[in-house]
Every structure is written in structure tokens, then in C-alpha cells.
Write a protein that binds this ligand. Structure first.
Ligand SMILES: Nc1ncnc2c1ncn2[C@@H]1O[C@H](COP(=O)(O)OP(=O)(O)OP(=O)(O)O)[C@@H](O)[C@H]1O
Length: 312
């Protein structure tokens, strides 16, 4: 197991008040996997990530990275971690990408010659070779974000913590970063904890999902299983012609929801019920039937108090 987060707790005390930010959070991650760590504002994501990164000491609980405890063997455990926590904060704007990477390599104890080699390799992988000697401030936001990720990878960590890696980027840069992160994970078997409010990004990248709400994990599991569970037996049916009004109202009474005159959605208890329903609409031709697949947005809203609660 690459990362085991075990019963982390953290409260903040401010002006006589106590805010419990993280209240018994546990999850795990294998190498070669991306965990989408999701939650609404103030749910406790950043606090959790900062405890894993050794930036905040937990009140209780621990995180183990590659078998080493962050609480008891901080330095050893944190050798395995790279983090891009807030935009491009880990970069010096007046230095070039290459200089930034060499600087971070130095801090991480990578020897000079090795550092230069790795920096160049990373910059090439992230398509920044022709920019490696410009100052970071001259680069686009997408490129700066790529440099920030390279800097976090310079000491070859096993675990990468990414906080909103594609926020505020144009579609092309966002897609590119997602592809690069994915290929890195597949090829080098590093594990990634990804926090994001962008559900499409989480859905594309994640192998596992954890949703946190007011400091507590409310859902954790494989993305595929989570989405399957929510997809259940809901179908979208498209018709070749509109239905007679009396047929339509009969269907509506049975829970069918019409999208428009020729398409409706229905959730059935067992798939066989769908055939009974289709019999009822004869002779109207059916053009298309598909499972009404859930997306992560729906799952997220379900667990965080949004509107779409009917899925389970
Ligand atoms: N330094 C601090 N002092 C006091 N309270 C804090 C501090 N940092 C966070 N909190 C509080 O702890 C709770 C969790 O905050 P945290 O930043 O971990 O949430 P988050 O899920 O990362 O939110 P966001 O999505 O908005 O970044 C919030 O109620 C927040 O106000």
C-alpha cells in the first residue's frame, strides 16, 4: 500500500472558538492510482492534504507513506512525497524552469549532475524544453503549472499531491496536463491524490473517489463501482414519434419523466420492467434505449446535500 490515511483529526482554535476541520478521516491509495479527493468548500480537503504533506501536525491519527509514518518518521516518509498545493507557489518567478527545478532538487538532496539530468527529462516530458531558460513569469499559466508539477517530481516521489491542478487553465492546457499526469501514473506507478472542484476532471482522472463533508469521509471507493451503483436501472428512451396524450399521462403516472415529446427517462426496479413499459407504448417506434449513466457530479451532489438525491 502506498498511502494509508488513518483516523486523522485536526481542530483549529481561533479567538476562543474551536473549528473541527478534519474529524476521523481514513482512506488509502495504491501506487499507479489516482484518488479524486472531493468535497465542498471548507470540508477539510486542504487540511487533510497538508497533514499528509507534513505541513500540519494532526491532533490524532497518522498517515503512512510507503510504510513510513508521517507522524513518527516525518523526514523519511516525506521523501516519498511531492506536492503542488496552491497554484504555482512552489516556483520562483524570476528564475527559469530549469533553475527552479535545480533549486528544488538541491533542497531535496538530489546531486547537481543528477538534478540537471532529471530536470531536463521532466521538462521534455512536459513539453517545456524550448522554454527551460525563460523566466517563469514569462510563461503562460498552463506552462507555469506544468513547471510546478515538474518541480514536485524532481526527487522522484512515489506520491504526488495535486491541489486543483487545472483550475483557471484553458481547455487545451487542462487536457494536456490531465493526459500528462495520467501517463506518469500509468508508466511510473506513482500515486496521486487530486483535489478538485472540477467534476469532469475528477471523473476523467480518478481511479478511486473519496468525498469529504464537514471533516468526515462520506463516500470512498473505486470510481467505476461508485458510478455503477448510481447508474442502477435508469434508462433513457428515445422514440420515433410522439405518444398519444393518454399514453403519455399513463406513463407519467408510473414515474416516467419526459425530457421532451420524444424522449423520456425511467428508473425500473428490475430490467424486465422495462420490457413491460415498452409494450405499453406500442406501436410507437423506439429509436434508442440507453442506460442513463450517472456522472460524478450527480454522486457528489447526492453526498454533499445537492438537489439530485433521487439516484439511490
Ligand atoms: N488556519 C486556520 N485557522 C482556522 N480555521 C481554519 C484554518 N484553516 C482551515 N480552517 C477551517 O477548517 C475547515 C476546513 O478547511 P479546509 O481549508 O481544510 O477545507 P477545504 O475542503 O480545503 O476547502 P476549500 O475547498 O474551500 O479549499 C473550514 O471550516 C476552515 O474555515
Amino acid at each position: 500500500m502506498l498511502l494509508e490515511v488513518n483516523q486523522l483529526h485536526k481542530s483549529y482554535h481561533k479567538r476562543g472558538k474551536t473549528v473541527t476541520a478534519v474529524d476521523g478521516v481514513s482512506f488509502y491509495l495504491d501506487g499507479g492510482q489516482i484518488l479524486g479527493f472531493l468535497g465542498p468548500n471548507g470540508a477539510g480537503k486542504t487540511t487533510t492534504i497538508k497533514m499528509i504533506a507534513g505541513l500540519i501536525a494532526p491532533d490524532a491519527g497518522d498517515a503512512t507513506i510507503a510504510g513510513e509514518s508521517v507522524v513518527h518518521k516525518g523526514q523519511r516518509a516525506l521523501r516519498h512525497v511531492g506536492a503542488v498545493l496552491e497554484g504555482s507557489r512552489n516556483l520562483y518567478w524570476r528564475l527559469s524552469p530549469l533553475e527552479n527545478l535545480e533549486y528544488w532538487a538541491g533542497l531535496r538532496g538530489v546531486r547537481k549532475r543528477e538534478a540537471r539530468l532529471r530536470a531536463k527529462e521532466l521538462l521534455e516530458r512536459f513539453e517545456l524544453t524550448d522554454k527551460m531558460n525563460q523566466t517563469v513569469q514569462q510563461l503562460s499559466r498552463g506552462m507555469q503549472q506544468k513547471v510546478a508539477i515538474c518541480a514536485a517530481l524532481i526527487h522522484e516521489p512515489k506520491l504526488l499531491l495535486l491541489d486543483e491542478p487545472t483550475l483557471g487553465l484553458d481547455v487545451e492546457s487542462s487536457d494536456r496536463i490531465q493526459t500528462l499526469v495520467q501517463s506518469l501514473v500509468r508508466e511510473q506507478k506513482i500515486g496521486v491524490v487530486l483535489t478538485t472542484h472540477q467534476m469532469d476532471v475528477a471523473e476523467t482522472l480518478s481511479d478511486r473517489i473519496a468525498i469529504i463533508q464537514t471533516g468526515t469521509i462520506v463516500l470512498e471507493g473505486l470510481k467505476r463501482e461508485v458510478l455503477d451503483r448510481f447508474t442502477g436501472n435508469a434508462y433513457l428512451v428515445e422514440l420515433g414519434q410522439r405518444l398519444e396524450p393518454q399514453v403519455r399521462s399513463r406513463l407519467e403516472a408510473e414515474g416516467v419523466v419526459f425530457e421532451n415529446e420524444r424522449a423520456f427517462r425511467i428508473a425500473v426496479a428490475v430490467p424486465e420492467d422495462l420490457y413491460v413499459l415498452l409494450k405499453a407504448i406500442e406501436p410507437a417506434p423506439v429509436l434508442r434505449i440507453e442506460r442513463d449513466a450517472a456522472d460524478l457530479g450527480r454522486v457528489f451532489r447526492h453526498y454533499t446535500g445537492g438537489q439530485e438525491n433521487q439516484a439511490l
